[in-house]
Design a protein. Structure first.
Length: 102
């Protein structure tokens, strides 16, 4: 791919991409909300008010991942060994969740 032309997105495209990424996080929380009673039962959470800690844990994990892996990706690039390991770990844990459910 040496010499490949990479077009920078225009201002409107950039705003659209950032808005879509932010909406994806809101969509994930909206999908999680109807399942809170079932998740609290599975995790053994006592009390209705303590169910909010599941959402707090999700938000903490999302923010922590951005803080840690953002600078690593900026320094080494998206195709670096840490990034490839992350893809492998994501696939492995996703497969483990699938196997645990089914």
């Amino acid at each position: 791919m040496a010499g490949a032309y990479i077009k920078n997105p225009s201002r409107n495209e950039f705003i659209g991409i950032v808005a879509a990424l932010m909406a994806l996080n809101s969509l994930a929380i909206d999908i999680m909300l109807p399942a809170l009673p079932y998740m609290s039962e599975a995790f053994g959470i006592q009390g209705v008010n303590n169910q909010q800690y599941v959402i707090s844990a999700y938000m903490f994990g999302y923010g922590f991942g951005e803080i840690i892996f953002g600078p690593v990706s900026d320094k080494f690039g998206r195709r670096s060994p840490p990034s490839c390991r992350r893809y492998y770990l994501h696939f492995s844990f996703s497969h483990g969740c699938y196997v645990a459910v089914f």
